[in-house]
Design a protein around this ligand. Structure first.
Ligand code: AHR
Length: 326
C-alpha cells in the first residue's frame, strides 16, 4: 500500500473514532463538577396546594442546611412559563437544575436547552415523554413515586373493600402530566378487569380543589347513581366532598371517596369517615434530591429512576399515621 493511501486510511479511522467519541460524549447527560457548594435551580410547577408547598419547603430547607444557593421559580401552572424559568436559570449559570415538569411534552425543549448549556437536570416528581428525552442522556435521573402503582393500589383496595358500591366517577389530574396519565392507567387497568365495576365518567379537575369540586358537581348531576369518586389527588378529593354534600348526599356513606397524596387534611378526613382510602405520594424530596446531586458529582452511577416508597392509608391506620403525614 502506498504511503499516501495508508495515511488517508489512518486519518479516516482517526476522524471516525473522534466523531464516535464526540457522539458518545454528547449522548451523556452533562457532568456536575465536584465543588464545596453549588448554585442550583428548582423550577416548581405551581404553588396552589399543600403538596407543592411541602415539596418547595423540603427543597429550600435542604439547600439552607447544606449552605447551597437555590434559585427558585414558580411556573404558576403554566408550562410555557416553566420553560422560560429554566431558560432564565441557564442564563444565570446555575450548576444544576431540579425540574418538576408540569406536563410530559412541553418541557422537552427546556431539558435540551440545559443539556446544550452543559447544565445537568434532575427531574423531580413528574416525568417527561420517554420517547423524546432519556435519563442518563438528556437528564440525570427521575426521582419520584411510581404513579401507575399508586393508581393500581387504590383500585385493588377498592376491589377488596367496595361493600357493594360499583359506579365510579374519576377526577383526573392535569391533562398531559405524568401523574394524571399513570394514575389513570394503574386504576383503569384493574377496574377494566373486574366486571363488578362501571366507570361512569372520567374528567380532568387539574389537580385543583375548586376545579375538582366544579367537575364533581357536574358529573354527579349527570350520574346521580354514582357511588364512588376516585380523585387523582387530595385537593380534588376534598373538592369532591363539597360537591357530594351540595348534592344532599353523605361523603363516606352514599359516595365512597378515594384519593392519592396523603396530606394531614385527608388523613384526618379518613378518621372523620368521609374518605375511605388514600395512597401516599410523598412531597418530601429535599434530602434525596440533594444527595443524588452529590452522588452524581462524585461520579457514582445513578439509576434512570429513583422511586420513592409510598404508604397507604385507610381506617385501619389513619389515626396512627396522622402525625407523620406531611
Ligand atoms: O406530581 C405530583 C402531583 O402533583 C401531586 O399528586 C399533586 O397533588 C401535585 O399537584
Amino acid at each position: 500500500m502506498s504511503l499516501s493511501r495508508r495515511h488517508l486510511l489512518v486519518s479516516a479511522a482517526a476522524a471516525a473514532a473522534a466523531s464516535a467519541f464526540a457522539r458518545a460524549a454528547f449522548a451523556q447527560a452533562p457532568m456536575l463538577p465536584k465543588k464545596d457548594t453549588y448554585k442550583v435551580g428548582f423550577a416548581q410547577t405551581e404553588s396552589n396546594n399543600p403538596w407543592r408547598l411541602a415539596q418547595t419547603k423540603s427543597m429550600q430547607d435542604e439547600a439552607a442546611a447544606r449552605g447551597w444557593q437555590m434559585v427558585y421559580t414558580d411556573a404558576a401552572g403554566s408550562a410555557a412559563k416553566q420553560v422560560a424559568d429554566v431558560n432564565s436559570m441557564i442564563a444565570q449559570g446555575v450548576d444544576l437544575i431540579f425540574l418538576a415538569p408540569r406536563e410530559e411534552l412541553p418541557l422537552i425543549p427546556a431539558i435540551k436547552a440545559a443539556k446544550g448549556a452543559n447544565i445537568p437536570i434532575i427531574l423531580l416528581d413528574r416525568n417527561v415523554d420517554q420517547s423524546l428525552a432519556k435519563a442518563g442522556e438528556d437528564y440525570v435521573t427521575f426521582i419520584g413515586s411510581d404513579f401507575i402503582e399508586e393508581g393500581k393500589r387504590v383500585a385493588e383496595w377498592l376491589v377488596a373493600n367496595a361493600g357493594g358500591k360499583s359506579k365510579i366517577l374519576q377526577l383526573e389530574g392535569t391533562t398531559g402530566s405524568s401523574p394524571a396519565n399513570d394514575r389513570k392507567k394503574g386504576f383503569d387497568d384493574v377496574i377494566a378487569a373486574n366486571a363488578a365495576f362501571t366507570m361512569l365518567a372520567s374528567q380532568t379537575g387539574d389537580f385543583a380543589r375548586d376545579k375538582g369540586r366544579q367537575v364533581a358537581e357536574t358529573l354527579l348531576q349527570a350520574h346521580p347513581d354514582a357511588d364512588i369518586i376516585y380523585a387523582h389527588n387530595d385537593e380534588m378529593a376534598i373538592g369532591a366532598i363539597s360537591a357530594v354534600e351540595a348534592a344532599g348526599k353523605v361523603a363516606g356513606k352514599d359516595v365512597m371517596i378515594l384519593s392519592i397524596d396523603g396530606g394531614k387534611e385527608i388523613v384526618q378526613l379518613i378518621i372523620d369517615g368521609k374518605v375511605a382510602a388514600v395512597c401516599e405520594c410523598s412531597p418530601l424530596f429535599g434530602p434525596k434530591a440533594f444527595d443524588t446531586a452529590v452522588a452524581y458529582a462524585n461520579g457514582e452511577v445513578i439509576p434512570a429512576k429513583l422511586i420513592n416508597p409510598d404508604r397507604f392509608y385507610d381506617i385501619t391506620n389513619a389515626a396512627e399515621s396522622l402525625a407523620t403525614a406531611y
